[in-house]
Write a protein that binds this ligand. Structure first.
Ligand code: PRX
Length: 648
């Protein structure tokens, strides 16, 4: 730390918010941040109670703010609220009634601007459709749709009635969709004929049909017509949205639901072959979504806010739908790919809608860097005032490019760390409060007691790497894993006693800035998509030629990590070249195209411990450093490792 050069480099890469930005910011200066943080830490009940009262509508108030029976928590105990009411009805008695809620652009260039009044009407009608079909609070719906306004309409209609929704990303295969429908025991599916992606139709209904072959409990499939492609409709099960909508009433009061009512379940990858259904509640979830819209995105009434994520991931839930709408923002939604028809599609949209807050992923930024500055330079990006990043660590070079080329040196960047499980942003700069350091998510937000600790749970020294943990429960925390409370306990609260284990490694510098370094478990992060090594391994061993498989992430300049699979074959299996291709396709079919391995390596055997566990750590080392230096004392067959390293 005393090396003068290191100090100099560090100081050079600190970015102060401009005085103009600070003047208008919701939180101004480091002292204001510290005061908020200290209050939330010392008086969490008062802090969150006041915030929830100010920012949300409640049919009935809580008896107490939270109840912590480790590791289970309840927030706003006994209160009644409704997420759909908070996102819609509450704005109708204010000037926001005619404000644009959703600014939507389809990939082919079609567009829709939907006001809060109109969105309320669409949601109420669809909620009446669901009600008329007999769906009610406590039921589960799986939503498998393209990025069209009817996707938030479907979510908000479910929320209005208390139907717990689970949105499945449109890139998931029939197999993955089926597993989620079955695990959730969902009786209702809401989908579309298809959506547009890079000029081609993604035929969603076809995938639903394939998934439903083994889902007899599904009673209704409601299909929205988006692409007008040919679909088959099964009599007695499949229904057209537009048929049901005809004659539906515009009036559908929102159900007063318990604050702890399960709003949604979102599946994510864990360290086993089986995805986890992360369950989120209503009141606490909304409170933290709204709070972070103001603290992190510094939302003002006149902002045009765009998060480029897909609603199939948690980022889209919290920061396209629930957060922005509960905060009364104008939220932009785009259906298609960032490079279609050209590499400037993002910048065209920013220019066209005068976007002021832009939130995307490091992978998207790196992909755009590769295409050159001429694409953003051809557009007027002067409406931008704040940029954001999420989903994976952002390397300082990409950060600097984003700041210089997109933000023209004028826009702060909020590098936001959070997870499907956390529901809302946990560690991030407040852009008018603190100087930024490229690559660092900076400080925990108020109410988030994050720390970096060693294997015994002891805080590590500044500059040292450790596990990122959270000490106290927060409002938007996951409540459990659907139908698996034991897994919830052991996965998140059983690793280090009494604290929430994030699965990430991090480092904190002498000034308290936190840099999140990546996963410490068998979870990979490829283009910001969370993938489980075990899930891909299970998919591979289901192939008839595969005897064993081990999957690891290897560093990749563009996607952060890339999937690398080591495979041993059964006797007599075919030509490697051809089989490699076939296995890549196989994984895409079993999980989804985004999980396709970048590389398949065939090998005679895999390194294992004497008890038979595959040593992924060694494989990770081989693909990362091309050699092995770590401890191999428990290894069954030393020769395997030297062979694998030599093959590299
Ligand atoms: O490893 C961290 C990484 O993404 C993981 C969470 O993935 P998921 O649940 O799919 O949610 C992604 C969107 C919130 C984390 O455990 N991650 C997320 N944001 C960052 C990050 N890593 C570094 N910096 C970030 N800003």
């Amino acid at each position: 730390m005393t090396d003068p050069e290191a100090v100099e480099t560090r100081e050079e890469s600190v970015y102060q918010p401009s005085p103009e930005f600070v003047r208008r910011a919701n939180v101004r200066g480091m002292e204001a941040y510290r005061a908020l943080y200290a209050r939330a830490e010392r008086q969490p009940e008062e802090f969150w109670g006041e915030l929830a009262e100010r920012e949300l509508f409640w049919f009935e108030k809580w008896s107490h703010v939270f109840e912590w029976a480790p590791p289970f928590v309840k927030w706003f105990v006994g209160a009644k609220t409704n997420a759909s009411y908070n996102c819609l009805d509450r704005h109708l008695a204010t000037p926001r009634r005619d404000k644009t809620a959703i600014l939507w652009e389809g990939e082919p260039g079609d567009q829709r601007a939907i006001s809060y009044f109109e969105l309320h009407r669409l949601v109420s009608r669809f909620a009446n459709v669901l009600k008329a079909r007999g769906w009610r609070a406590g039921d589960r719906a799986v939503i498998y749709m393209p990025m069209i306004p009817e996707l938030p309409v479907a979510m908000l209609a479910c929320a209005r009635l208390g139907i717990t929704h689970s949105v499945v990303f449109g890139g998931f295969s029939a197999e993955a969709l089926k597993a989620r429908i079955q695990d959730l025991e969902a009786g209702l599916i809401i989908t579309a004929d298809g959506g547009w992606r890079r000029g081609r139709e993604v035929r969603l209904k076809e995938t639903v049909d394939e998934a439903l072959i083994e889902c007899p409990q599904v009673r209704d499939v409601i299909v929205y017509r988006r692409t007008a492609g040919a679909v088959s409709m099964k009599a007695g099960r499949d229904l057209w949205w537009h048929d049901l909508d005809e004659g539906a009433s515009d009036v559908c009061p929102a159900e007063p639901l318990d604050a702890e009512h399960p709003l949604f379940v979102l599946y994510t990858s864990g360290t086993t072959g089986k995805p986890k259904g992360i369950l989120h509640s209503t009141g606490g979830y909304l409170a933290q979504c709204v709070a972070t819209m103001k603290w992190v995105f510094d939302l003002h009434e006149d902002d045009v806010y765009w998060c480029t994520a897909d609603i199939g991931w948690v980022t889209g839930h919290s920061y396209i739908v629930y957060g922005p709408l509960a905060a009364g923002a104008t939220t932009v939604m785009y259906e298609g790919a960032p490079d279609f028809p050209h590499f400037d599609r993002f910048w065209q949209i920013v220019e066209k809608y005068r976007v002021s807050i832009f939130y995307t992923s490091p992978t998207a930024i790196r992909a755009l860097i590769r295409q050159g500055e001429q694409w953003p330079d051809a557009h007027d990006l002067s409406s931008l005032r704040l940029l954001g990043s999420v989903g994976e660590p952002i390397n300082p070079a990409a950060w600097e490019w984003y700041h210089r080329v997109i933000g023209k040196g004028r826009c702060p960047i909020v590098d936001t760390w959070w997870q499907t499980e956390t529901g809302a942003i946990m560690i991030s700069p407040m852009p008018g409060a603190m100087p930024l350091k490229p690559g660092s998510a900076s400080f925990p937000l108020p109410g988030v007691q994050a720390d970096v600790v060693d294997v015994y749970g002891k805080p590590v020294e500044a500059g040292k790497e450790g596990f990122l943990i959270v000490r106290r429960p927060w409002p938007s925390m996951l409540r459990t894993i659907w139908r698996d409370p034991e897994r919830y306990k052991s996965q998140y609260w059983g690793r280090l006693p009494g604290v929430y284990f994030t699965g990430d490694a991090a480092r904190r510098d002498a000034e308290g800035y936190i840099t999140v370094l990546g996963r410490v478990d068998d979870v990979m992060n490829v283009s910001g998509h969370r993938l489980s090594t075990m899930e891909i391994e299970s998919a591979l061993v289901r192939h008839p030629s595969v005897a064993e498989a081990a999957v690891v992430g290897r560093p990749d300049e563009l996607t952060g990590q890339a999937v690398c699979a080591f495979v041993t074959l059964k006797k007599g299996a075919a030509d490697h070249q051809q089989l490699g291709e076939e296995l890549r396709r196989w994984v895409a079919h079993e999980i989804g195209g985004f999980a396709r391995p970048a590389e398949i390596r065939f090998t005679e055997s895999l390194p294992k411990t004497r008890s038979g566990k595959i040593m992924r750590r060694l494989l990770r080392e081989i693909v990362t450093t091309h050699s092995v230096t770590g401890d191999v004392t428990t290894l069954e067959d030393m020769a395997v490792v030297s062979r694998l390293a030599a093959e590299d």
